[in-house]
Design a protein. Structure first.
Length: 155
């Protein structure tokens, strides 16, 4: 994903995983070691876009990071990202027969589409897309494995 953004953009990679930061630095981008569960080490209104890809589900308080993202975005800036659609039909069926819905022990939260919209409260033009899965075209919310989201900070 970093390669896709790095082109003509100034990109800053933030991670707690130093190995991931080394790989990102090898792509020629700036890197910052930080725990995103803490306040971000950036000035207010420092970025045009913040990408939180496959991240929020791993945090104890994803709402706090979204608040920090709002702080570091410039007016009119965009938050975008992705996370697993934990409430897709496959998981609902697993729960119905008594199986665990979540199989990744690093996931702290399960997100339904309305939960994602709740995190984006205070942003403008929230948008959800439902992707990845063989049957997505039959019922995006029910069959998509991933929710991709975006919204703008009020200008």
């Amino acid at each position: 994903m970093t390669r896709a953004y790095a082109g003509a953009n100034d990109v800053v990679g933030v991670d707690v995983d130093r190995g991931a930061l080394e790989r990102a630095a090898a792509l020629g981008i700036a890197t910052v070691w930080a725990d995103v569960e803490e306040p971000l080490p950036f000035d207010d209104a420092a970025f045009d876009v913040v990408v939180a890809a496959e991240l929020l589900e791993h945090l104890r308080r994803p709402d706090r990071l979204v608040t920090e993202i709002r702080r570091v975005l410039r007016p009119g800036g965009t938050i975008t990202g992705s996370l697993p659609n934990a409430y897709r039909l496959k998981n609902r069926l697993r729960a119905t027969v008594g199986l665990s819905v979540e199989q990744d022990p690093t996931h702290e939260h399960l997100f339904r589409p309305r939960d994602v919209l709740g995190l984006l409260d205070g942003f403008e033009m929230p948008r959800l897309e439902f992707v990845v899965g063989r049957l997505v075209r039959l019922g995006p919310r029910q069959f998509a494995n991933v929710i991709v989201f975006s919204a703008q900070k009020p200008g």
